[in-house]
Design a protein around this ligand. Structure first.
Ligand code: ADP
Length: 518
């Protein structure tokens, strides 16, 4: 009787079924097709290339960027009785020679190789005539300049593959789903008409909540007080913010540690280990924390600030609930977060094309936050994955807020922007609508517009939220203007705005419950 992938799964891993998506990916590979699989962190990528590695004749080479992750994977495979080894800078010369000797004797089924080692001649000369069934590239977005983690060493991969006598099946795995990255992976790695899978993004056990809180600190403290025996991560966007949250919680004697790029490698390592070993319950961190962390019992992730993109957000909340148990993800949002992220994009990215891409991603994140739709569905759509029904487990699905007609208010905003003629940023528009006596407003003569001061009843923050909501629902556009002091976003009218003015369409939003504090 022929052994099947499912037999292999059961025999080595002890699992009785594949997860959604895994089986089709494995079938493509064993039918000798190249594959590009986009699966979220924790989605079960490793099994997708490891099971075919065991099924097919010959050796699978896995290219992986992180030494620690490689070691974990190889140790796990060895424990399962699979002949696996790794080649990276952690090997001594003797160990390396021993591995080469074993390759010569066809000892291994799976070899993990660091990309930096791919041009080692000893290795290439030995491997090129061997029966290589598959080259699997983990974290394949590292080949892309568009990705958030570009690595020059990944450029060596196509040369390595070309140096082999027979072209193996090439499979690429990543959690990054943007079109630019996907296209880059296909072209840089020369994938041969690959089967493309976008799958497994849904993490049913994570509840997704956006809290538009006027007091983040109050919310955070209440939450932690009620969840202090659980393991959780607080993400903040700057080191300074991490330090200040950490200090606040330490003073209150919570079991808390911190992680950001400003700490020494040793301290970071120590803090991370304390968290993983449950010696510390709460980790306050920037997005520098988390890659490769497989801690099963993280029960909650709180974003103290809105992240820069939906990819970042989903990757970060994806660290919760890896054991499958229900876990809570809470994004504490204030409009000021948008400003902070714009500033971070502005100072951290030089290349103007990349900057544009990042601004677009940021806008998509903002749109998500202001959306009325099921958050899970919106996120899955963003990644190209799908969900049939609303999840009934996110704060939009569970928010019993009423749908309110905001057409009149929208008309005021739109006609004001129309009267201001040139494109201005939200701040200026808000000033005019609220009747500010700000010097610039008066200089430009906006105090004589009929719309000057017509929205006085709105607070500055509320009006900002309202305008952002109009943008995220497509009633207004944001256009980047290039000025003397760099680029800045201006708000412009579009076809939808004109329809609102002409009373052809209504503007209806679900009124969110504004959480002051709990
Ligand atoms: P990724 O590399 O995509 O982040 P992993 O391959 O490490 O994810 O898988 C995440 C976890 O899910 C691992 O603990 C793995 O053993 C488990 N897993 C993967 N596939 C299955 C399956 N079919 N059944 C049960 N558990 C699985």
């Amino acid at each position: 009787m022929n052994i099947t992938p499912l037999d292999i799964l059961y025999k080595y891993y002890g699992y009785t079924s594949f997860r959604k998506g895994q089986e089709s990916i494995i079938n493509s590979i064993i039918n000798k097709k190249d594959v590009l699989a986009i699966m979220p962190t924790g989605g079960g990528k490793s099994i997708c290339y490891q099971v075919p590695a065991l099924y097919l004749d010959g050796v699978t080479i896995v290219i992986s960027p992180l030494i620690s992750l490689m070691k974990d994977q190889v140790d796990a495979l060895k424990t399962m009785g699979i002949e696996a080894e790794l080649i990276n800078s952690s090997l001594s010369a003797n160990e390396y020679n021993l591995v080469l000797e074993n390759i010569k004797n066809d000892k291994y089924k799976i070899i993990y190789v660091a990309p930096e080692r791919l041009d080692s001649l000893d290795f290439i000369n030995l491997i090129k005539y061997k029966n290589i069934s598959q080259v699997a590239i983990d974290e394949a977005h590292c080949v892309s300049q568009w990705g958030h983690d570009f690595r020059v060493s990944y450029k060596r991969i196509p040369y390595f593959i070309n140096s082999l006598e027979t072209r193996p099946i090439v499979t690429a795995f990543t959690a990054t789903a943007s079109d630019e990255v996907r296209e880059d992976i296909e072209s840089v790695l020369n994938l041969n008409n690959p089967d493309i899978y976008i799958t497994g993004f849904d993490r049913e056990n994570l509840s997704i909540n956006v809290v538009k809180s006027s007091s983040k600190n109050r919310y955070l403290l209440d939450y932690i007080e009620n969840h202090k025996n659980e393991s959780g991560i607080i993400y903040a966007s700057t080191r300074k913010e991490v330090e200040s949250i950490h200090e606040g919680l330490s003073k209150k004697k919570y079991s808390v540690s911190k992680y950001h790029a400003g700490l020494s490698t040793e301290i970071r390592k120590e803090n991370q280990e304390n968290f993983i070993n449950d010696d510390i319950k709460i980790m306050v961190a920037t997005n520098a924390f988390g890659m490769g962390i497989d801690k099963p019992n993280i029960r909650w992730v709180i974003h103290y600030n809105m992240p820069q993109s939906i990819e970042n957000y989903y990757q970060e909340i994806g660290r919760a609930g890896r054991d499958g148990e229900d876990s809570e993800c809470i994004l504490l949002f204030a409009p000021g977060d948008i400003h902070t992220q714009k500033y971070l994009v502005e100072v951290s990215i030089e290349n103007s094309d990349r900057k544009r891409v990042q601004y677009k991603k940021l806008q998509q994140m903002v749109d998500l936050v202001y959306s009325n739709m099921c958050y899970r569905k919106t996120i899955l759509n963003y990644f190209g994955d799908s969900l049939e029904n609303d999840c009934n487990n996110c704060s939009n699905c569970l928010n019993e807020g009423e749908v309110v007609d905001k057409t009149l208010d929208a008309q005021m905003v739109i006609s004001c922007i129309a009267r201001m003629k040139r494109g201005y940023g939200a701040t200026m528009i808000i000033d005019v609508l609220r009747g500010s006596k700000n010097k610039k407003v008066l200089e430009l003569g906006f105090d004589s517009l009929s719309t000057y001061g017509i929205m006085k009843k709105y607070s500055n923050e509320d009006l900002k939220t309202f305008i952002n909501t109009l943008v995220s629902h497509g009633f207004l556009d944001i256009v980047e203007n290039i000025g003397m002091r760099g680029s800045y976003p201006t708000i412009r009218l579009n076809e939808q705005s004109l329809k609102v003015i002409k009373k052809e369409i209504k503007v209806e939003f679900k009124e969110a419950k504004v959480t002051k504090s709990r």
